[in-house]
Design a protein around this ligand. Structure first.
Ligand code: GLN
Length: 541
């Protein structure tokens, strides 16, 4: 079957959950037996989101091939299980940079380089590149219709409708129907305006996905259909969901996938939604509360920990546990101990910079001494190792070169490492963008270790995003006080997992296991961590 393209735009306001909507539609098409690919075009000028503040943009998601992508990629992968890669994510910055490089190389043969056709052609190439054999490409256009930044993208998809034809392209527009209490009504006007705005750039929406906090009356649907020029079956309610994993089932009940398949003349395929019913059942059974303390710096914007939050919930399913996340500001060291006594397990997640490290190390120390289950992720592992060096080996100056020159570089800058593209190098003065160990790397698990038992495998692939590494020489000294390296890079040089042999569950990982957890395939580390938390909770009471 020729590849079909579904373009998802957003109207009225941002934050309506376009990523989630795209991911859910992808999951529904998969349930009908089609292969899907999810892509996103982001209208900002940054080349990638690696240098964006997590306070503003939330988590940076990392793919297997080391692409730093928007957090919507987490939704895409969690809902479809399809790994994304660099050819699935583009920003305006990347598009322009590629066009300007071509211009410098003289590839445009002296023609005037313009937004139309050069930028739009680059966008169209991005959308249609590497899609061979894929049934559906779902393309999310970042931002809101009407933004100046989004115009080249809208122009490009308008052209694609002409290039590929109506039977291979579908425009989905996600909007909001606000409820006005004084009128006692859901209002359709903002959606009408937003559809008109799209029309002004030559795009007629084919299907409206309407976010609403209550069921949409038939009358409102009819009005929207009439004013927005779409069939009334194609006005689909996207009601607020109790849990994000209910969304595919809700959309299905509203007829989203039926309408999409009807549009493309593919109504024969029936949907097998058993995976999503199973997840719904598991969610219902996950009731045993478990307090997990998360000690971090970005606790004001929880989107910074999006994948971590999801992975903890996934880990709860097989344990019938419902994690209650207790956010603990690592900079508030005064009340830290008090807060930690109240939780059943502790996490120190990934992070950057010196601010708040004392609190994070105090959390690792508390977990070590009181035998509370502890998971240190990336920065969390590095700080757990520094903590052990300072307090167990008596190396008071133990530190990371991330915080400036140090006599005891327990965590240091790795200047050279082997990746699939060959030897990579970096130095203190390298640009901040693109100088990290990024993407999937193998990790060999030591025989007899807890890590090996949890994974049940000898070698695993996990995703990384960090600039510094634990210095193996220090780790070798820590074995005498109970902290061992239980996962190493295949050459044995880089500590990837550490664990305490004198503790029921104390693990640090240099990678981000949360990125690979799926609701239908919870990550083993999180499943085991939650189980350890439940055991600890029982013993405590
Ligand atoms: N700041 C640390 C480093 O760059 C850890 C990064 C992280 O936690 N992702 O190595």
């Amino acid at each position: 079957m020729a590849t079909r393209y579904i373009f998802i735009t957003g109207g009225v306001t941002s934050s309506l959950g376009k990523g989630l909507a795209s991911a859910s539609l992808g999951a529904l098409l998969q349930a009908r037996g089609f292969s899907v690919l999810l892509r996103k075009l982001d209208p900002y000028l940054n080349i990638d989101p690696g240098t964006l503040s997590p306070y503003e943009h939330g988590e940076v998601y990392v793919t297997d091939d080391g692409t730093e992508a928007d957090l919507d990629f987490g939704h895409y992968e969690r809902f479809t299980g399809v790994p994304t890669e660099s050819s699935d994510y583009v920003t305006t910055g990347k598009i322009y940079s590629s066009v300007l490089t071509k211009e410098r190389r003289g590839e445009y043969l002296g023609s005037t380089v313009q937004v139309i056709p050069h930028i739009t052609d680059e966008i169209k190439n991005f959308i249609t590149n590497k899609t061979h054999g894929v049934d559906f490409v779902l393309c999310e256009i970042g931002g809101t219709v009407g933004d100046i930044e989004g115009l080249p993208y809208l122009e490009a998809i308008r052209q694609l409708r002409n290039d590929l034809g109506r039977d291979r392209t579908l425009f989905v527009h996600l909007t909001l129907l606000p409820y006005i209490s004084t009128a006692g009504e859901l209002k359709t006007k903002p959606t009408q305006h937003s559809v008109k705005e799209l029309l002004s750039v030559g795009i007629q929406a084919d299907l409206l996905l309407c976010r609403s906090d209550r069921p949409i009356p038939w009358e409102a649907k009819r009005k929207l259909a009439q004013f927005c020029n779409v069939p009334s079956d194609c006005v689909i309610a996207a009601l607020n969901a109790q849990n994000i994993y209910h969304v595919p089932l809700q959309y299905h009940e509203e007829g989203l996938d039926q309408q999409v398949c009807r549009y493309f003349g593919l109504q024969d395929a029936s949907a097998d939604l058993s995976r999503w019913y199973r997840i719904r059942d598991q969610l219902e059974k996950a009731v045993e509360p478990l307090k997990i303390g998360i000690v971090g710096k970005y606790v004001q914007l929880l989107d910074a920990y999006k994948s971590l939050i999801e992975a903890l919930h996934h880990g709860g399913y097989p344990n019938h546990a419902k994690p209650e996340l207790v956010w603990i500001d690592s900079q508030d060291t005064e009340n830290l101990k008090q807060k930690l006594t109240d939780v059943d397990a502790i996490i120190v997640p990934g992070g950057f910079g010196e601010r708040g490290i004392e609190g994070k190390m105090a959390a690792a120390e508390y977990a070590r001494e009181n035998k509370v289950p502890f998971l240190g992720i990336c920065f969390g592992m590095q700080l757990a190792v520094i903590e052990a060096c300072r307090h167990q080996l008596g190396l008071h100056n133990a530190s990371s070169s991330e915080f400036g020159p140090t006599e005891e570089p327990v965590v240091g800058l790795l200047r050279e490492w082997q990746s699939e593209e060959g030897v990579q190098t970096r130095s203190e003065t390298s640009d901040l963008g693109g100088t990290m160990r990024l993407g999937s790397y193998p990790c060999v698990l030591q025989k007899g270790s807890l890590a090996r038992q949890i994974y049940g495998e000898e070698c695993v692939q996990e995703r990384h995003r960090h600039r510094y590494e634990v210095n193996k020489a220090y780790l070798d000294r820590l074995a005498a006080v109970g902290l061992i390296g239980s996962g190493l890079s295949p050459d044995g040089k880089l500590p990837e997992i550490v664990e305490r042999i004198d503790h029921p569950w104390f693990i640090g990982v240099q990678f981000h296991p949360e990125l690979k957890s799926r609701p239908f395939a919870p990550h083993p580390l999180f499943v085991s961590f939650i189980a350890a938390g439940l055991t600890y909770k029982k013993q405590k009471s």
